[in-house]
Design a protein around this ligand. Structure first.
Ligand SMILES: Nc1ncnc2c1ncn2[C@@H]1O[C@H](COP(=O)(O)OP(=O)(O)OP(=O)(O)O)[C@@H](O)[C@H]1O
Length: 393
C-alpha cells in the first residue's frame, strides 16, 4: 500500500484528504505543522508528500528544501491559493513534482498523486493498484468522468459545435461570457480536443495579478532585474510551451504589457525581463473577457492590433439562465461529484428544488449552481436534496 503524508495546519483540509485518500486505498498520515511533518517524514517514510504552502511554522519552499535534502526523489505536491501562480512556479523550481490550487477537488488531487507516484514507481505497479481499487465502492469515484460536461440545450449544442470546429486548429480564440459561465471550461475543452492535449494548459487570471508583476508572470525575469527579483523566474509562456496559454480577463493587462504581448504573439519568441537572450515558444493563446474587447479597444484601453491578433475566432458562452434545459443536468453532475467528495449517497433533488432551480436567474452561472449544490449536499441529512438546504441569494 503506497503511503502519503499530508502536511497542513487546516484540520478540515487534513480530515477531508485523509478520508478521501484512505478510501482510495492509500496509507495516510497527517501532520499539522512543518516541524511535525519533518518528524513524520523520518518515522513514516512516505512515498509522497502533499503539503500546503502556508504552514504555521514554515513555508512550502523551506519544507521542500528540507525534504529534498534528505530524500531527493520523494515526490512532493504543494497546495497553493488560486491566485498564487507566483508561488506555484517557485515551488516547481524548488523541486515540487506539481502543485494543486485551492479550492481543492479531490479527484484532481488524486490524478496528480497518481502521476507523481507513477513517475517514481513505474507504470506496472500503479496499474496493478488501479485494478485493485476497482471495487464496488470505487466505481463511484470521478476518475473516469470528464471534468466538464456540455449540455443538450440548443445553446449548449451550438457552443459544442463551435468548440469542435476550432479545437483542432491553431487559431487564437476570444471567449466571452458572464462570470462563472464556464469560459475556462471551454478553453480547457478546446485544449483537450487539440493536438496540444498532452502538453500543458496554463491559465492566468490577468485580473488577479498586480500590474507590476504581470510582465514577469508572462515572460519570466532574470535574477536582479528589479527590486524583489531575488531568483530567476520562468514565465507562463515558457511553462506553456507546446501547449495552450489561457489569459482570463485579458482586458485587465496593463497597456505596456499588451505591447510586449503583441510582440511575442507576432514573433513567437520571448525575452525574460532583464534578460537579453530570446527563446522560441510555440504556444496557442486563448483569451477570455466579460466585456467586448473591441469596445475596450475603441476606448483606448486595449490595443486594437492585439485585439485583431486574438480575434481569429470568437466564442460566446451563454449564461446558465439561457440554458434552462441543462440546469438539472449540471446539478446532477455536481451532485455526483460532491457525493464522492463527501462520501455520501444523495440520490437527487425534490420536485420543488427542480422547479426553483429552473426559474432562478443564476447570475453567478454554473459556479453559483455548483456552490449551491455542494453546500446543499453538505447540509442535507435526507436521501434527496430539499429546498430548505438550498441557500441561494
Ligand atoms: N461545462 C462545465 N461542466 C462542469 N463544470 C463547469 C462547467 N463550466 C464551468 N464549470 C464549473 O463552474 C465554475 C466556474 O467555471 P469557469 O471558471 O470555467 O468560469 P469562468 O467563466 O471562466 O469564470 P470567471 O469569469 O470568474 O473567470 C468552475 O468551478 C467549473 O468547474
Amino acid at each position: 500500500m503506497e503511503k502519503i503524508l499530508i502536511i497542513d495546519d487546516d484540520a478540515d483540509v487534513c480530515l477531508l484528504l485523509d478520508r478521501f485518500l484512505k478510501r482510495q486505498s492509500y496509507e495516510v498520515e497527517v501532520a499539522s505543522s512543518g516541524k511535525l511533518g519533518m518528524e513524520k517524514l523520518m518515522a513514516f517514510k512516505p512515498d509522497l508528500i502533499l503539503s500546503d504552502f502556508k504552514l504555521g511554522d514554515m513555508n512550502g519552499a523551506d519544507l521542500l528544501t528540507n525534504v529534498k535534502s534528505k530524500f531527493p526523489n520523494l515526490p512532493v505536491i504543494i497546495i497553493t491559493g488560486y491566485s498564487d501562480i507566483k508561488v506555484a512556479i517557485e515551488v516547481l523550481k524548488n523541486g515540487a513534482f506539481d502543485y494543486v490550487t485551492k479550492p481543492l477537488f479531490p479527484d484532481e488531487i488524486l490524478d496528480t498523486i497518481k502521476k507523481a507516484l507513477k513517475s517514481v514507481s513505474g507504470s506496472v505497479k500503479t496499474e496493478a493498484k488501479e485494478e485493485k481499487v476497482e471495487t464496488e465502492k470505487s466505481k463511484k469515484t470521478k476518475k473516469d468522468k470528464p471534468k466538464y460536461i456540455f449540455g443538450k440545450s440548443f445553446a449548449s449544442k451550438n457552443l459544442v459545435n463551435q468548440i469542435n470546429v476550432v479545437a483542432p486548429t491553431d487559431f487564437s480564440v476570444i471567449i466571452y461570457g458572464e462570470s462563472g459561465s464556464g469560459k475556462e471550461a471551454v478553453a480547457n475543452e478546446i485544449h483537450l480536443q487539440s493536438k496540444r492535449k498532452n502538453k500543458p494548459f496554463v491559465a492566468m487570471d490577468c485580473g488577479a495579478v498586480s500590474k507590476e508583476l504581470a510582465g514577469s508572470e508572462l515572460f519570466g525575469h532574470e535574477k536582479g532585474s528589479f527590486t524583489g527579483a531575488i531568483n530567476d523566474k520562468v514565465g507562463l509562456f515558457e511553462l506553456a510551451d507546446g501547449g495552450t496559454l489561457f489569459l482570463d480577463e485579458v482586458g485587465n493587462l496593463p497597456y505596456d504589457i499588451q505591447v510586449s504581448l503583441l510582440r511575442v504573439v507576432q514573433e513567437r519568441r520571448i525575452k525574460k525581463i532583464g534578460g537579453n537572450k530570446e527563446k522560441d515558444v510555440d504556444v496557442r493563446i486563448i483569451v477570455a473577457s466579460n466585456t467586448k474587447l473591441i469596445n475596450a479597444a475603441k476606448e483606448g484601453k486595449f490595443r486594437e492590433d492585439l485585439y485583431y491578433r486574438f480575434n481569429e475566432f470568437e466564442i460566446e458562452v451563454p449564461p446558465l439562465r439561457d440554458r434552462e434545459n441543462d440546469i438539472m443536468m449540471y446539478a446532477e453532475f455536481m451532485l455526483e461529484n460532491v457525493n464522492v467528495d463527501l462520501d455520501k449517497d444523495i440520490k437527487g433533488f425534490s420536485d420543488e428544488v427542480v422547479e426553483v432551480f429552473k426559474s432562478y436567474p443564476w447570475h453567478g452561472n454554473i459556479r453559483e449552481l455548483k456552490n449551491v449544490v455542494r453546500r446543499a449536499a453538505l447540509l442535507s441529512q435526507a436521501e434527496i436534496i430539499k429546498v430548505a438546504t438550498c441557500r441561494m441569494n
